[in-house]
Design a protein around this ligand. Structure first.
Ligand SMILES: [Zn+2]
Ligand SMILES: [Zn+2]
Length: 396
């Protein structure tokens, strides 16, 4: 008897029809209409404005604010995220965030991660939404904090009405403004939705397949600058999976992360506050750990006399000892830092001289933190050099 295949869950027709029909219209009717009648130039501007409002509501709102509590946002901004996030047609924030928290917790697990990259590129991109694979889609036990957020609760309750209005009212208004309602529905309505869908879906799919793993290789997440460009900075996914509560995904100042810039700019006008940042020491440390791994792997793969191998190994070991010493010191400093903060909080009245003394101590601490950061940075450079030397063929 032939083996019976495990039965696939039923198709979710509404999602399937929306995804396929909008894609089909974008590939056929959109260019045909443009060829036949031409598009008003203003539509390009509205297309990008609406696209970015959708994208940033998902990345700064659904993702970094609600899924990860990476910062706090003013209700006005939360309302904006709820409205334009619904316009992106990726389900309510509650459903989205609950699934995303499971993605982080069980990343790559083929059963528990709702869009596990281990189930393939198609599945993690869109396949997971086309059938009722996710048995826990309506289990919000990991998002109780979000259920208490009145804006999230309101958006979840009226999701369909908000999503439909947000997809039709703005394009219709824009169409009326520029005098081409069908053109606006096609460009700002349909094409914007398709581009918005697939660029954000890249984060679940391509960002787990294509790119580098500078911070961790414990999961499939990658850092990829090309993806970061199309996903408002979310392409630095390797960093994000290790430091998920950081409001930045591209932590270095030069990394292209418009979502991080938006959140930071929000602090200047009182729309955002309490931004979470992972201490740079921990970031350097993660990078160093990966470099140590690489150095050990390179050393294991080269063929050289035993004596030379032992010399290199001693070099790596001594670097490792220095890292341990730095880490111990950093932890002790951190403890001291917290104690000082607590003391300051406990003593309501303080003598000026005490306050000055504390300030001096804090400056000294800060300087030492900076020195430790620098020391790790230098160590990374040395290890890079060492691995490079190891990988260069030795003269016979
Ligand atoms: Zn991921
Ligand atoms: Zn995340």
């Amino acid at each position: 008897m032939p083996k019976s295949r495990p039965e696939k869950p039923p198709i979710l027709w509404l999602q399937t029809i929306i995804f396929s029909s909008t894609l089909l219209i974008s590939l056929t009717v959109v260019p045909w209409y443009g060829y036949q009648y031409g598009y008003n130039g203003w539509l390009a501007l509205f297309f990008f404005a609406f696209l970015w409002a959708n994208g940033l509501s998902i990345t700064a709102g659904y993702h970094r604010l609600w899924s990860h509590n990476a910062y706090k946002a003013h209700p006005a901004l939360r309302l904006f995220f709820a409205l334009f996030g619904a316009a992106a047609l990726q389900n309510s924030a509650l459903v989205w965030c609950s699934g995303h928290r499971r993605h982080h917790r069980h990343v790559d697990d083929t059963e528990q991660d709702p869009y596990s990259a281990k189930r393939g590129l198609w599945f993690s991109h869109i396949g997971w939404m086309l059938r009722s694979y996710d048995k826990k889609a309506n289990d919000f036990s990991n998002a109780k904090d979000l259920q208490r957020d009145p804006i999230v609760a309101w958006q979840h309750k009226h999701y369909l009405a908000i999503a439909i209005s947000m997809n039709f009212i703005p394009p219709l208004l824009i169409g009326w403004l520029v005098g081409d309602i069908i053109g606006a529905l096609l460009i700002v309505g349909v094409l914007r939705l398709v581009v918005s869908h697939h660029t954000t879906f890249f984060i679940n799919s391509l960002a787990h397949f294509w790119g580098k793993q500078p911070y961790t290789d414990e999961n499939t997440a990658r850092d990829n600058i090309v993806l970061a460009f199309f996903t408002y900075g979310e392409g630095y996914h390797n960093f994000h999976h290790l430091f998920q509560n950081d409001y930045r995904n591209g932590a270095r100042w030069w990394q292209f992360d418009p979502t991080k810039w938006l959140i930071k700019a929000g602090t200047w006008v009182g729309l955002t506050k309490d931004l979470n940042r992972i201490p740079s020491f921990k970031i350097h440390r993660a990078l160093l750990d990966m470099q140590f791994k690489q150095a050990e792997e390179t050393l294991a793969s080269i063929s050289a006399p035993g004596e030379i191998i032992r010399e290199w190994q001693a070099c790596i070991d001594s670097e490792y000892q220095q890292l341990s010493a730095n880490m111990n010191e950093w932890n002790a400093l951190r403890q001291q830092w917290y104690e000082q903060k607590r003391d300051r909080f406990n003593e309501a009245t303080q003598e000026i001289s005490e306050e000055l003394h504390r300030k001096w101590e804090q400056t000294a601490l800060r300087t030492r933190f900076k020195e430790l950061d620098y020391s790790l940075k230098m160590q990374r450079k040395r290890l890079q050099q060492l691995t490079l030397q190891l990988a260069t063929p030795q003269p016979a």
